[in-house]
Design a protein around this ligand. Structure first.
Ligand code: HEM
Length: 383
């Protein structure tokens, strides 16, 4: 019985994951170098060309001089220094266009060729839609910093970071499902370990990690990493002075730098303890090896991320370390998603671990319904 060949779809989705991760990190560097507002217009097509003449540069520089950030943070900036800012923002936008092409062109090509399993069409069709929305959200974010404010809105920054990660997770999860569909199941899972419960725990931890990442976005958006550069205490206290000074918990959490940093620290420390705890739990239980491996990866990456976060803080947010902190946050999210995927698959195999051969021989076009990998990949018969 031939297995479906999803190699090209998998390559496309993996390219999507990698290109989104690169765009997120370059976006982080653009923010860390305070370059994000250097291009004060949004020209999705013609903007691909940078200023090509001195006249163009003078015009871009003059437009920048009109925004509040040029009167404050970048007051008196030279043309040479302005060009450095411009090139970072221009690179981020170029990468963003590249991500749009990496997602949209192959999608429409695979779809036109009928190579997308029917059960995945809606999910994969959401990718070009979401990346277009990400572009618009990116401009909506930049526009928040062009008048009155000297920085973009932290809410819009976090939304922009969050949407990028949603796109990445959809691509990563589907790529993992297609891999399993091509390989078929590796081993018969018979275990006393409650894999269904573990799958719920793994899902919950992936969502929790996403929330911790968004909390990091508020720290970054509020430039909160530039204060309280000590660890573990903040100005000699566990709870920093100024915590809760704004009215309303949410307003304080999202607009008060001291509170945003405190929350991020607490969430982050809880994350690493839970990640290691879950690893110890699953590695001492009778769980399948690939489930233990996936959780081990999560625990090790979480520990590295916490060390990077503390370094980012103690070194007062140097561009390189903070950009690495952002990259490893994306890798950590990816690891939690793959751990959840492995857990769901093991739980499903454990439930179905009746006579194994029988299941493998399920005729291709009547595989079980969408929802549990790899059953969600129902090979298509071209339309
Ligand atoms: C699991 C652990 C952690 C995760 C997932 C995480 C995630 C993130 C993310 C995604 C950002 C950047 C957001 C952006 O640039 O938009 C960030 C920023 C930051 N994080 Fe963490 N973080 C973790 C642990 C820590 C720890 C333990 C500390 C320090 C005690 C820390 C301190 C910071 C600081 C100071 C920033 C702001 C840096 C900047 O302005 O770019 N993080 N974090």
């Amino acid at each position: 019985m031939t297995r479906p060949d999803f190699k090209s779809l998998i390559r496309w989705l993996d390219a999507t994951v990698v290109s989104v991760a690169i765009a997120v990190v370059i976006g982080g560097i653009t923010r860390l170098t305070e370059s994000g507002l250097s291009i004060t217009e949004w020209k999705p097509v013609s903007g691909v060309l940078p200023p090509l003449s001195e006249v163009d540069w003078v015009s871009a520089y003059a437009k920048f001089q009109e925004i509040p950030q040029a009167q404050t943070l970048h007051a008196g900036i030279s043309m040479a220094a302005f060009k450095v800012l411009y090139w970072w923002e221009w690179l981020h936008r170029l990468l963003a266009r590249g991500v749009g092409l990496v997602i949209a062109v192959p999608f429409f090509w695979f779809w036109a060729k009928g190579q997308i399993p029917a059960s995945l069409t809606l999910r994969l069709a959401s990718l070009p839609v979401l990346v277009a929305a990400q572009g618009a959200l990116g401009w909506y974010m930049v526009s928040s910093g062009l008048v009155e404010r000297t920085n973009v809105s932290q809410y819009r920054l976090v939304a922009h970071l969050g949407l990028a990660l949603v796109i990445l997770v959809i691509a990563l999860w589907t790529s993992a499902s297609l891999r399993v569909a091509m390989r078929g199941t590796e081993e018969q899972v018979s275990t006393s370990f409650n894999l269904t419960r573990w799958a719920l725990v793994a899902d919950g931890f992936a969502i929790w990690t996403f929330v911790v990442i968004l909390s990091g976005g508020f720290v970054a958006g509020l430039r909160a990493g530039k204060s309280f550069n000590t660890f573990p205490l903040m100005a000699g206290q566990v709870v920093p002075p100024g915590y809760g000074q704004l009215d309303g918990f949410l307003k304080d959490a999202f607009e008060n730098p001291a509170s945003a940093q405190f929350h991020h620290r607490v969430l982050a420390i809880v994350t690493v303890f839970v990640a290691v705890g879950l690893w110890l739990w699953v590695s001492t239980a009778d769980a399948p090896a690939r489930v233990v491996r996936a959780q081990r990866n999560v625990a090790l990456i979480a520990a590295a991320q916490v060390c990077l976060g503390i370094a980012t803080l103690l070194l007062v947010v140097p561009v390189t370390v903070a950009a690495l902190h952002q990259l490893v946050a994306v890798v950590l999210l990816g690891a939690t998603v793959l751990a959840a995927h492995a857990a769901r698959r093991a739980a499903r195999e454990a439930r179905q671990s009746g006579p194994r051969i029988e299941r493998d021989r399920v005729p291709l076009n009547c595989a079980p319904q969408i929802g549990a990998p790899p059953a969600d990949v129902r090979p298509c018969s071209p339309p």
